[in-house]
Design a protein around this ligand. Structure first.
Ligand code: NAD
Ligand code: LMR
Length: 326
């Protein structure tokens, strides 16, 4: 059966890196036909139409059609997978908090449109920053959609952590399992290696270097978004698109046996994260659903960092509440 995939911000730089991979079958699998719905603001509809022309010109066998619109109701009508990318990216010197007001207004009407018309199996991934809190806003305007269908992306952070660990230990990323990103997709996020395994061995033990972990690994991963902006003069795009593909693919097709991934999901109170916050956790995916990995022992080092990032999420929630966005 054809899967309807809606991408917002389709004319943006992540959109450009994402759409061709979706159309080629990398999002859902090589046997799954897709129909794309591209949502843009009126001023960017023409550019999105240009991208749609290029998608046509690629003659993807799985691509059954493309609609371009500036109408959220049309874009989400009957949609099965929604990738909410469209937002204002952070530019040099801006912190994510600065974006709350600018972007909050986008996610309320989109949540309402998802609530009104999306398919009953809708899965939402929010990429646009501040991703966790934008997901919270969208979710709070979609009361008829189960809250486990709203997620935000920390897979890019997860992949970044894998890459840093792989380089440090000189092992292929395929040998690294059970890494976790906790909290917010921001500089307060906590990449946790204490439960990670490298070639079957505990990663923290394999590293045996608390200083590197604290002073190099964690800040490098947490501030990588800013480092990319500094280097490229624009925020990460292809790696973000790649992580979005990974996130949805894992959600739909499952985590490998003996591994987990990181997703920001609506908290059920696990690990002391207040219920309702969209926070990153270790999750396993099976049969199209996710579950938070339970009963991990959290040491004091980890506890302090998880609490700091979750504290930031609570502040963001309070800020958007005060702005009347939730
Ligand atoms: P971009 O500026 O190139 O593109 C954003 C697009 O969104 C633009 O074409 C704009 O017209 C569109 N847009 C704005 N408001 C919209 C609306 N209401 N409906 C539909 N479209 C709308 O930005 P980008 O580089 O593609 O980044 C997109 C977002 O993703 C930014 O918020 C960025 O910070 C975020 N991001 C998140 C992660 C992550 O790991 N979660 C990683 C990288 C970037
Ligand atoms: C990233 O992590 O690359 C993006 O979220 C961009 C940013 O603002 O850091």
């Amino acid at each position: 059966m054809t899967v309807n995939v809606t991408v917002t911000g389709a004319a943006g730089q992540i959109g450009y890196a994402l759409l061709f991979r979706i159309a080629s079958g990398q999002l859902l699998g090589p046997d799954v036909p897709v129909r794309l719905r591209l949502l843009e603001i009126p001023a960017a509809v023409k550019a999105a139409e240009g991208t749609a022309m290029e998608l046509d010109d690629s003659a993807f066998p799985l691509l059954e059609g493309i609609d371009v619109t500036d109408d959220a109701k049309r874009a989400f009508d009957g949609t099965n997978v929604a990738l909410l990318v469209g937002a204002r990216p952070r530019t040099k010197g801006m912190e994510r908090g600065d974006l709350l007001e600018a972007n909050g207004g986008i996610f309320k009407p989109q949540g309402e449109a998802i609530n009104a018309g999306a398919a009953s199996d809708i899965r939402v991934l929010v990429v646009g920053n501040p991703a966790n809190t934008n997901a919270l806003i969208a979710r709070s305007h979609a009361p008829d959609v189960p809250s486990d269908r709203f997620t935000a992306m920390t897979r890019l952070d997860h992949n970044r952590a894998m890459a840093q660990l792989s380089k440090r230990l000189d092992v292929p990323v395929s040998q690294i399992k059970k890494l976790t990103i906790w909290g917010n997709h921001s500089a307060t996020q906590y990449p946790d290696v204490f439960h990670a395994e490298v070639g079957g061995q505990n990663a923290a033990q394999a590293l045996n270097d608390a200083e590197w972990l604290r002073d190099t690994f964690i800040p490098t991963v947490a501030k990588r978004g800013a480092a990319i902006i500094e280097a490229r003069g624009a925020s990460s795009a292809a790696s973000a698109a790649s992580a979005a593909i990974d996130h949805v693919n894992t959600w739909v097709n499952g985590t490998p046996e003996g591994d987990w991934t990181s997703m920001a999901v609506v908290s059920d109170g696990s690990y002391g994260v207040p219920e309702g916050l969209v926070s990153s956790f270790p999750v396993v995916c099976k049969d199209g659903a996710w579950e938070i990995v339970q009963d991990l022992e959290i040491n004091q080092f980890s506890r302090d960092r998880i609490d700091a990032s979750v504290g930031e999420l609570a502040e963001e929630r309070d800020a958007v509440r005060n702005l009347g966005l939730i």
